[in-house]
Ligand binder design. Structure first.
Ligand code: 5GP
Length: 113
């Protein structure tokens, strides 16, 4: 499936890209929910967390490690941050290409229902 994130990966639409390597891309969310809101997206087609192959957990691991590395490089790792993955309708997923949200830059409220 082609999503808006695939178009960002292909440079078909613009985004504020903050990191890219052979496996993933990271760019600022267009509707930030915190002072820092960056999305980490694998280049491999994976619609949701449910679709990560059991023999390829590194797809998720790379996103988390890249987010932590970014937090350290930007100087807010010690203050802290939140990472979130929404899955399917009840999880609030709206773009069906796997992505990890990195939220930071302020003390974040507790989340729940
Ligand atoms: P989800 O709700 O699927 O977990 O998160 C999708 C995120 O993608 C939302 O936070 C939304 O603001 C962001 N988003 C949607 N369209 C675009 C876009 O065209 N560019 C960027 N940078 N972010 C987008």
């Amino acid at each position: 499936m082609t999503t808006i994130f695939h178009k960002i990966i292909q440079r078909e639409i613009p985004a504020d890209i903050v990191y890219e390597d052979a496996h993933l891309i990271a760019f600022r969310d267009i509707g930030p929910q915190a002072p820092v809101h960056v999305l980490f997206v694998p280049k491999q087609d994976v619609p949701t967390l449910n679709d990560v192959p059991e023999d390829a957990p590194e797809i998720v691991g790379r996103l988390a490690v890249a987010a932590a590395r970014y937090a350290k490089a930007q100087g807010f790792a010690e203050d802290g941050y939140r990472i979130v993955m929404n899955c399917n309708g009840h999880g609030g997923q709206t773009v069906y290409q796997l992505h990890l949200h990195l939220l930071a830059g302020a003390a974040l409220g507790r989340f729940g229902t």
